[in-house]
Unconditional design. Structure first.
Length: 157
């Protein structure tokens, strides 16, 4: 039985183990060691290790990309569907407008992707509540956001 760790490179997870024959670490893909192409009958997974740097400088979107995202979303929050210009909320008798935040569709903590396709325009409320949480589908996320906004005593005016 071979021992291996899940090695994470950005958003990609691969099995990586020490090969006694080659005297080095190599990937195990489809049950085959990539160093010497020997078959591995079974693998014991002994943990996970992030191989790429944990530090990630977030990409700043340019104005043309931001405008394209807003146009595509009809100037509404991707998560709650509220209009950025007209929506007002009230909390403790204080009114405020939604601020635009460009959010990762798949959280950066999971995918390490700053590609423009991974960004959506979100309101600051949804963005702060969603944080780096993952959900099975968008409807589950929207239901969670609604319940959290209500629990904070925030109402739509």
């Amino acid at each position: 039985m071979a021992r291996a760790k899940k090695a994470i490179y950005g958003g990609t997870e691969l099995l990586r183990g020490y090969c006694k024959n080659c005297k080095r670490y190599s990937f195990i893909i489809g049950g085959i060691r990539q160093c010497c192409e020997r078959r591995v009958e079974s693998v014991e997974i002994a943990g996970t290790k992030r191989m790429s740097s944990g530090h990630h400088k977030r990409k700043q979107l340019g104005k043309p990309i931001k405008m394209a995202i807003l146009t595509k979303q009809d100037n509404k929050c991707y998560w709650c569907g509220r209009d950025f210009e007209e929506t007002r909320y009230c909390r403790n008798g204080k009114f405020f407008k939604l601020r635009i935040v460009f959010d990762h569709y798949v959280p950066l903590a999971y995918c390490r992707s700053d590609k423009k396709e991974n960004f959506v325009a979100a309101c600051h409320l949804c963005n702060s509540i969603k944080s780096d949480l993952m959900f099975d589908d968008e409807e589950e996320l929207r239901k969670y956001l609604r319940s959290r906004i209500e629990s904070k005593g925030i109402t739509y005016v």
